[in-house]
Write a protein that binds this ligand. Structure first.
Ligand SMILES: NC(=O)c1ccc[n+]([C@@H]2O[C@H](COP(=O)([O-])OP(=O)(O)OC[C@H]3O[C@@H](n4cnc5c(N)ncnc54)[C@H](O)[C@@H]3O)[C@@H](O)[C@H]2O)c1
Length: 322
């Protein structure tokens, strides 16, 4: 079986998981890893028996590397992803993909011009329970979709020092809302602030509205001493509730509460497997570069809404891409 040559740029907390999963997958050959922290690069490379680089420019010259996962600090993602695309590599870039939509748009354009795959690390989409919720909305098993509420709270992970909770955390749920409703929100109203973090917001409440009348509410913070990650979806006939931590799912109606048993699966493994499959079989990814672009645009509009204390309209998402 042909194996895809892969590499990881940025091997901190998350990147080393990408490297581990690539070592575990049948269809990938982890060729190298890169981290600006040369000691860390060496240690992780030794752990996986691959080549270490402290400079991505050198690593990207390696013709064995066909695809690259970019897991650097959030503010470095776009720069490294662009380098990889210019070097002719397929790219999975972690969320939030870029610092602004201009950078994100450049990634989309470069990938398209060079016929390369570009996907964004919206891991939640790979959780089987979330896929079932999406399907149940589509087939109207819970009636008409009315609203959805997401909560993603935890203590501040102090290794994250370059973005706030909106671009780091709420962005997952912004993507989830687009994913399950198959619609782009038309407006956003948000309130956010900082209680402990000196530089960035560490709590946010975001409300999205959709043309069809449905709404989504997202609560994110780095203040709660333990981790809660849930999604509640209200349909006209039933509710669906997902716990992302345990992957447990409940469907509640007037008559009964059901708990479909979906075996727990590592979302990162499903995500990377899918990325590799899309490259090798030339398939469209479940998360496109445009999905990443739109989620970032909504996150930035939420920040603007809070700063102005006013609703921000979202329209012509792709206008700036033209
Ligand atoms: N999709 C998810 O569920 C998920 C989960 C966790 C983290 N993330 C994302 O992954 C990224 C990394 O997060 P983390 O928690 O691992 O952070 P981290 O600080 O633990 O690791 C980042 C690593 O990148 C390295 N680095 C920074 N700039 C670099 C560059 N230009 N070239 C090479 N290496 C560079 C740093 O030295 C560090 O080792 C972030 O963008 C974060 O948003 C996504």
């Amino acid at each position: 079986m042909r194996k895809l040559g892969v590499a990881v740029i940025g091997t901190g907390f998350w990147g080393r998981n990408h490297a581990r999963v690539y070592k575990e997958l049948e269809r990938t050959n982890l060729v190298a890893i890169c981290d600006v922290n040369a000691e860390r690069a060496k240690a992780i490379a030794n752990q996986f028996g691959v080549k270490a680089y402290a400079s991505s420019a050198c690593m990207l010259k390696n013709p064995e590397v066909e695809a690259v996962n970019v897991c650097t600090w959030s503010t470095m993602l776009a720069k490294e992803a662009l380098k990889a695309l210019h070097a002719g590599k397929h790219v999975l870039v972690e969320k939030p993909m870029a610092t602004n939509t201009k950078q994100a748009g450049k990634l989309l354009k470069t990938a398209e011009e060079n016929g390369l795959h570009l996907t964004v690390g919206f891991l939640m989409r790979f959780i089987p329970g979330l896929q079932l919720i999406r399907e149940s909305i589509e087939t109207k098993k819970i009636g008409e979709l009315v609203s959805a509420t997401a909560k993603r709270v935890t203590q501040w992970p102090d290794r994250i020092g370059d973005v706030g909770v909106v671009k780091d955390t709420a962005i997952h749920d912004i993507d989830v809302m687009r994913f399950i409703s198959k619609e782009d929100p038309i407006s956003v109203y948000a309130k956010m602030g900082s209680m402990r973090h000196r530089q960035f917001e560490d709590y946010a409440q975001i409300m999205l509205t959709f043309e069809s009348g449905k709404t989504a509410f997202i609560e994110s913070n780095w203040l709660t001493p333990y981790k809660i990650r849930t999604l509640n979806v209200t349909g006209s006939e039933a509710l669906m509730r997902l716990d992302y931590n345990t992957q447990e799912l409940w469907v509640e109606s007037n008559k009964e509460t059901l708990q479909p048993r979906l075996p727990f699966q590592e979302p990162l493994k499903l995500e990377l497997q899918h990325f590799v499959e899309c490259i090798m079989e030339k398939k469209k990814p479940l998360v496109t570069g445009l999905d990443g672009y739109k989620a970032l645009e909504i996150a930035m509009a939420a920040m603007k809404s809070s700063a102005k204390n006013a609703m921000v309209k979202l329209e012509n998402y792709e206008k700036k891409l033209a």
